[in-house]
Design a protein around this ligand. Structure first.
Ligand SMILES: NC(=O)C1=CN([C@@H]2O[C@H](COP(=O)(O)OP(=O)(O)OC[C@H]3O[C@@H](n4cnc5c(N)ncnc54)[C@H](O)[C@@H]3O)[C@@H](O)[C@H]2O)C=CC1
Ligand SMILES: N[C@@H](CC=O)C(=O)O
Length: 881
């Protein structure tokens, strides 16, 4: 018997429940759904169903019994078999039929049930009942070896024994008769009959038998066997796979429940298959129509057949996780439609996305078909004759071609049937023939809210376009609840993720990867973790999805928590660690590919490594549409050719709009230095010169250095405070400041390079070529020359400051970096701590420079500059959306 059929609608005489049910029900006429005073949270007449995954052991039965304690005055619980038992029974039947040994498996199955019974019932009664059931099963299995006599298959109903046994265990777990629980074997009352579309329910016969049963039972607390039933001759039968859900719906209707709760092992219906779409969200509610659409299109929701008996009476279904009863699950009912909001509080026109795989497209085309009545009838008639079921149909208004999607294994019979039906037309050249496109799947967007909502197709197709998914065929009925597209099977996951993002994610969702969790990288992660900036209100959704240091990387499918991302990077590499995120050896191409997830609208890499080799990747990343933000000066001040490649790549990126390269923190850390210069230039001003203190480290050193403490001791302190470059010689040599000057000059349109800057280094010649560690050991060698400079400056009542100068005049650029001896009139003498001081002299600010001043080094202020760049990019994306 097939489960993929629908029940016949009940006859008019069956539209009310049996009269005895009415008299035995304490809550009033059972054929009137009791809504007054009841809500879905506190139904008075509550049917439950437990699937096998919720009934794996005695402990599961106990906790299931606890879940029934919900205050309802009438409770019915329909049970599946214990987990795995139906499959075990099917194997037993197959083995017995084939003459293979089945005794051992039979014994193991009996043992499993007896053990569970012993834990649930202290007496012998339950065990002895189970022994009787197993003895009967033994006899029936033994008889299966004999040839089948007549059309009735005696083994057909045996797999239903699992539900019978399970109902006994649940009855015991609930306290049995003593606790007021009846047990109803559905084989006594539920009558099936063959229907046009398969197995159907004989409602009048069922209601009559149930009425008789209710004359002998209270009927307000009943454990019911799922899956099993009887045929018109009173023989045991089963409802087919997933029949337990159908049973539950049937009994919820027969007992006039207000709500049917189906307890299973998932949190409810999700917006898409979570194995394919990590971002899938639980749907709080669905209408019957939406649930049916999703179910037909591959979502593992309830079989549509299950909903029929409930929909006819307006009974709501709630799908809940028995392992997480706090989760409210998904309600399917009359009110689950367009108005429903998701957990994020926003209404969504599309409720879910589903995918049907293993399909093929059949296409019949020919100019002779246009305007000819009956073409479609002939085509689909041929498919019907060949027993080919059609999943999707599409025809353009030109009528030049008609195509349909069928199961892959039915493509060839379908093609042959259409070719036969149109043989004459093909021969005459009126039709070109039938083509088969294999390896197809259909992606469907489903939702009541789609009805009358403009833009749904645009979002779906836009999402697919972004992921470069080609659409082969499209179908949407006038009902507007389902928009289906046929696509290549190889594109399925990418398509589903992109479509999901198009409907569920903000257009300002950014997939973020961070490289270099050092001083600045750590501070940035901390700021991302603790930021009070509520990106979701703005629509900005920054998703840290990747983190790398110089050896490893950690990639997360959905997101890494910035608060423990560094720990994950370290921990996940530990032997035996198993997380959903993959930590592997650093592979920058794989890192970038992961960040540039096609299903997420935008991608951004933050490079805090300070490593020149990483900067070499920027042109490729930018060309691939990945935004790049960095505090590192290598790209901005490195080889001119690379700098140009970066600019070119960020200027022209097809598809996603151009990828941005931002590096505000390279000059002045968190100070708005580059943006100030840009603002001056973009508004038509002309840069004449820049003078100032561009090193936080050197500012701090010279602000502190008074001869009382050796200069080398102050350098060590600056290192510890995170002011210096990873190698402090970059600061002391003036290289770091020169880099900043080059960055600013290039920003102003000058092709300046490091070689063009006259740099005075504070690093003695002898220490320039040694290793970093040797340099640190010999740091004291700086002390004597610095002491001497200090004394000289003091002798002329001056102070030492490290200055950078850029002069632009008559097409000439002069850039110098070094220590100056300044009198008290110079602004640099009045800086404090790590203050940077940047004086822009421009045409507009010629006499009195525009000054940017403030702390110019340190992990926190630098990270803030980086964070500001990230948000700046996100905001421009918002403006584009
Ligand atoms: N510290 C500060 O005040 C400021 C720093 N910056 C810049 O920020 C950048 C980072 O500075 P810090 O955090 O102080 O340096 P850091 O040495 O503390 O951190 C660098 C991090 O990058 C990682 N790394 C190095 N090479 C790598 C590679 N090839 N691949 C992946 N990861 C790699 C290291 O493992 C380390 O985690 C530098 O470019 C620096 O110039 C800019 C403005 C201010
Ligand atoms: N080491 C640098 C850090 C900022 O760029 C400095 O001291 O300025």
């Amino acid at each position: 018997m097939s489960a993929a059929s629908s029940s016949n609608p009940p006859s008019s005489s069956s539209s009310s429940s049996p009269s005895s049910l009415s008299s035995s029900s304490a809550d009033g006429p059972p054929n009137v759904v009791q809504r007054e005073g009841a809500t879905l949270d506190t139904p008075r007449r509550h049917a439950h169903k437990f699937g096998g995954s919720s009934l794996a052991s005695a402990a599961h039965y106990r906790s299931a019994a606890g879940l029934l304690d919900d205050g309802a005055s009438s409770r019915w619980v329909v049970v599946s078999a214990m987990q795995g038992v139906t499959d075990a029974l099917l194997r037993l039947v197959a083995d017995a039929r084939a003459g293979r040994d089945w005794q051992a498996d039979w014994g193991a199955l009996q043992q499993r049930h007896i053990e569970a019974a012993a834990l649930l019932d202290s007496g012998d009664a339950l065990s002895s009942q189970l022994h009787d059931e197993f003895a009967a099963l033994h006899g029936e299995l033994a008889a299966l070896a004999a040839p089948v006599d007549g059309a009735h298959d005696p083994g057909h109903a045996l797999p239903g024994l699992g539900e019978v046994l399970s109902s006994r265990l649940m009855h015991a777990a609930l306290g049995g008769d003593a606790a007021g629980w009846d047990r109803l074997d559905a084989r006594d009352v539920l009558v099936t009959q063959p229907g046009e579309l398969g197995c159907a329910i004989d409602w009048p016969a069922t209601e009559a038998l149930l009425a008789q049963w209710l004359e002998r039972h209270r009927g307000t607390q009943v454990v019911v066997t799922g899956f099993v039933a009887r045929d018109g001759q009173g023989r045991a039968t089963v409802l087919g796979r997933n029949g337990s859900d159908w049973s539950a719906a049937i009994f919820a209707r027969l007992f006039a429940a207000e709500l049917l709760t189906i307890w299973t092992d998932v949190d409810g219906v999700l917006s898409a298959d979570p194995r394919l779409v990590p971002d899938a969200v639980r749907l709080p509610s669905l209408s019957y129509a939406e649930a049916c659409e999703l179910a037909y299109f591959g979502a593992k929701v309830l079989h549509p057949q299950t909903l029929v008996p409930l929909q006819q009476r307006g009974v709501a279904v709630r799908i809940r996780n028995s392992a997480r009863p706090d989760c409210p699950g998904t309600v399917i009912g009359p009110d689950g439609g367009a108005a429903a909001r998701h957990d994020d509080g926003h209404p969504h026109p599309v409720k879910g996305l589903s995918l049907v795989e293993n399909l093929a497209i059949l296409d019949l085309s020919g100019s002779g078909m246009a305007g000819v009545p009956g073409t479609a009838e002939r085509l689909f008639g041929a498919l019907r004759e060949a027993g080919v079921s059609v999943t999707m149909i599409s025809q353009g208004s030109s009528e030049h071609s008609i195509c349909c999607v069928v199961r892959a294994d039915q493509a060839e019979p379908g093609r042959a049937a259409i070719a036969r039906a149109f043989a004459e037309a093909i021969e005459a050249g009126q039709a070109q023939g039938v083509t088969v496109t294999p390896d197809i799947c259909v992606l469907a967007a489903v939702g009541d809210g789609m009805v009358g909502t403009p833009g749904v197709a645009a979002r779906l197709l836009g999402g697919l376009a972004q992921a470069r998914v080609n659409v082969r065929a499209i179908a949407q009925g006038a009902g507007e609840r389902n928009l289906s597209v046929a696509i290549a099977a190889g594109d399925a996951t990418r398509a589903l993720r992109s479509a999901h993002s198009a409907f569920w994610l903000s257009p300002q969702t950014i997939s973020v990867g961070v490289i270099g969790p050092g001083q600045v990288g750590r501070a940035l992660l901390a700021q991302l973790a603790s930021s009070t900036f509520d990106g979701h209100d703005e629509g900005i959704d920054l998703r840290l999805r990747a983190l790398a240091d110089s050896r490893r990387m950690c990639l997360a499918a959905v997101r890494l928590d910035p608060a423990d991302a560094i720990a994950r990077l370290a921990d996940a590499a530990a032997p035996g660690a198993s997380v959903d995120d993959a930590t592997t050896a650093l592979d920058l191409d794989a890192f970038a590919a992961h960040v540039r997830a096609e299903h997420l609208p935008h991608a951004l890499i933050v490079d805090c490594s300070g490593n020149d080799a990483i900067a070499a990747h920027y042109p490729r990343w930018l060309a691939a549409g990945i935004h790049v933000v960095t505090p590192s000066k290598h790209a901005g001040s490195g080889a001119w050719s690379r700098y140009q490649a970066i600019r070119t790549a960020s200027a022209a990126v097809a598809g996603r709009g151009h990828a941005q390269f931002r590096y505000e923190a390279t000059v002045g850390a968190g100070l708005p230095v580059i943006q100030t210069l840009r603002c001056l230039l973009d508004t038509g001003d002309v840069l004449l010169g820049i003078e100032g203190v561009l090193s936080g480290t050197l500012a701090w050193l010279f602000n502190r250095y008074d001869g009382s403490v050796p200069f080398s001791a102050l350098v060590r302190e600056a290192m510890a405070l995170g002011y210096t470059e990873p190698d402090p010689r970059d600061d002391l040599s003036g290289t770091d400041v020169a880099r900043k000057l080059v960055i600013l000059a290039r920003e102003a349109g000058c092709a300046l390079s490091m070689d063009d800057v006259a740099i005075e280094s504070l690093v003695p010649e002898a220490l320039r070529g040694v290793s970093r560690s040797e340099f640190l050991e010999r740091l004291h060698e700086l002390d004597a020359p610095m002491q001497e400079r200090l004394l000289q400056a003091r002798a002329s009542d001056r102070q030492l400051r490290h200055l950078a100068r850029l002069e632009l005049a008559a097409g000439e650029v002069h850039a110098t970096v070094g220590v100056s001896s300044l009198d008290g009139g110079h602004a640099a003498v009045h800086t404090r701590l790590t203050d940077n001081l940047v004086q822009f002299r421009t045409r507009r600010y010629a006499d009195n420079p525009l000054v940017v001043q403030g702390p110019g080094a340190g992990p926190d202020v630098t990270a803030a500059g980086v964070f500001g760049d990230i948000l700046g990019i996100a905001q421009t994306l918002g403006a584009q959306a």
